[in-house]
Ligand binder design. Structure first.
Ligand code: NAP
Ligand code: G3P
Length: 484
């Protein structure tokens, strides 16, 4: 599958205007594996001139792409999904090495992405409008009818994060293409090789030249230029809140969908099924070493059941395997030294300020062993900051009202979990939580990918999730018929 078009001697090319290109500067960024510093490959360090070429190519190609019958666009997406399924093991191995995701999860990410693209291809055929009758409004009659359709926005800039380098890229690219937009795609640098394999699947599926173009390079160097380019009609960004906020200030008057950071709280009520809660929280907090925006990142538990919950969680945490992604370990090295330093700093701050280290607290290089901190208070950094690592603080509360107050005091508002067997209580609490989604008796998570995925406050703006992305990447257009 990987041939000279995509890579030669570990040096990857990027797709611009239908051609696999080497960087004009001949400069490359070295991608090393977080788990063993081995070289995964080299990706182009593209500059502004190449970015302009990519954007201009997308602009040229967009109209003809939009003019294709939607079922033809859909067929190309379905072919791309089939290629991902065929290549799942190979691309999964790349994800595993590039972002230190355990092998089974990396392969699952590719298969999940194929399912996402197929679902999007189908839903993309049902992006319809409506007709409005003039006589519904006083003073008008049946001789005026509005035909409202949904039309593509133009060139969409898709920017994706490292932690799901294939799935969170396709969650933008697929709906954009399905609705007749063209795409300029900027992957996370650490994840760019995985992302380029996704791009190759779209290309091999028969995308016309210019419909999908990649701009690989450091976001800090090329990002501002991309987001401010006048030919960009919409930006779909997933990443940290700081970068999201920067982009929102720079982008100007174009539609934005931002999926940003999180500090998802699991609220445990006295009547909760603690076995269920323990399983869901441990899975939610520590899968992919906590490097999920939707990870459970704090527990707000009633004082009266806190000890019982901890007793149930500790053996589950201790069962988590720590090691290499190649060995399918649950806890693998974090994405970078700086990421590990940051997580360790939060742990050190909490312990120094009086929290109890229940389990974990050990670090081997970039690997932070799964860590549970009890008696965390609101004046500790870990109570508020997003670790993006395998550390979970427990804040004991004396009432449900206190739990809701602390949950809502966060700058973030992605998701929350509520564990209770009283469905009325669950609804009442859910209504009060300032987040995009509330999980009742389940871990916080984005999937399934057709559910709405919403961030509020510092967690973002707009809604992802297949049908919602199809809507956000189109706009209404009204044609009014005046029957004379
Ligand atoms: P990040 O550092 O913000 O990077 C995200 C993307 O933005 C990357 O492609 C990055 O490029 C690019 N970028 C960096 N600076 C930019 C700029 N000035 N203009 C435009 N683009 C720029 O995030 P990450 O480390 O990849 O992911 C971790 C963060 O993302 C966490 O906060 C996590 O919560 C959040 N996240 C949120 C979701 C969600 O759905 N809500 C999902 C996943 C992750 P480079 O890689 O070249 O720097
Ligand atoms: O942080 C990435 C986010 O999209 C996680 O997806 O389904 O694992 O919650 P999921």
């Amino acid at each position: 599958m990987t041939n000279q078009l995509l890579v030669e001697a570990d040096h990857y090319r990027t797709l611009v205007d239908g051609a696999w290109r080497t960087p004009a500067s001949n400069l490359y960024l070295t991608i090393t594996a977080p788990s063993d510093n081995s070289i995964v490959g080299y990706v182009p360090a593209m500059g502004q001139a190449e970015a302009v070429e990519a954007i201009e190519s997308a602009k040229r190609a967009q109209k003809a792409w939009a003019a294709l019958p939607v079922h033809e666009r859909s067929e190309i997406l379905i072919r791309a999904a089939a290629l991902l399924d065929e290549r799942a093991e190979e691309i999964g191995s790349v994800i595993m090495r590039e972002v230190a995701k355990k092998r089974s999860s990396a392969i699952d990410e590719v298969k999940r992405t194929a399912d996402l693209i197929r679902f999007t291809a189908e839903e993309g055929k049902r992006v319809n409008g409506q007709t409005l009758q003039g006589d519904a409004f006083p003073g008008y009659n049946k001789n005026k009818v509005s035909f409202v359709t949904r039309v593509p926005l133009g060139v969409i800039l898709a920017i994706s994060p490292f932690n799901y380098p294939v799935n969170l890229s396709a969650s933008k690219i697929a709906p954009a293409l399905a609705t007749g937009n063209s795409v300029v795609f900027k992957p996370a640098t650490q994840g760019a090789i995985s992302a380029l394999h996704l791009v190759k699947a779209f290309h091999d599926a028969g995308l016309p030249a210019g419909v999908l173009n990649t701009v690989v390079g450091k976001g800090a160097e090329i990002g501002d230029f991309l987001v401010q380019h006048p030919d960009i009609a919409m930006i779909s960004f997933t990443g940290g809140s700081q970068n999201g906020s920067r982009i929102a200030k720079l982008a100007g008057m174009i539609p934005l969908v931002m999926e940003l950071g999180g500090k998802d709280a699991a609220i445990i009520l006295p009547d909760a099924d603690l076995d269920l809660a323990a399983k869901q929280i441990v899975s939610g907090a520590f899968s992919y070493s906590g490097q999920r925006c939707t990870a459970v990142k704090r527990i707000l538990v009633h004082q009266g059941v806190a000890d019982q919950l901890i007793e149930k969680m500790v053996p589950l945490i201790k069962k988590l395997s720590v090691g290499a992604p190649e060995d399918n370990a649950d806890i693998t090295p974090l994405i970078s030294d700086s990421a590990a330093d940051y997580v360790q700093g939060l742990i050190d701050d909490a312990v120094a300020n009086g929290s109890s280290l229940v389990t974990g607290g050990r670090r081997d290089g970039r690997t932070i062993h799964p860590t549970l901190l009890d008696n965390v208070t609101v004046d500790m950094r870990i109570a508020w900051e997003e670790p993006f690592g395998p550390v979970l603080p427990i804040i004991r509360v004396s009432s449900t009202e206190q739990a809701i107050e602390i949950a809502n005091a966060s700058e973030y508002g992605l998701q929350s979990s509520v564990f209770t067997q009283d469905i009325g209580q669950a609804f009442r609490i859910s209504e009060q939580l300032e987040v995009g989604s509330v999980q009742i008796n389940g871990r916080t998570e984005r999937g399934p990918d057709h559910f709405p995925f919403i961030g509020v406050k510092s967690s973002g703006m707009g809604t992802q999730g297949i049908a919602y992305s199809l809507q956000s990447m189109t706009r209404q257009k009204s044609m009014v018929i005046n029957i004379n």
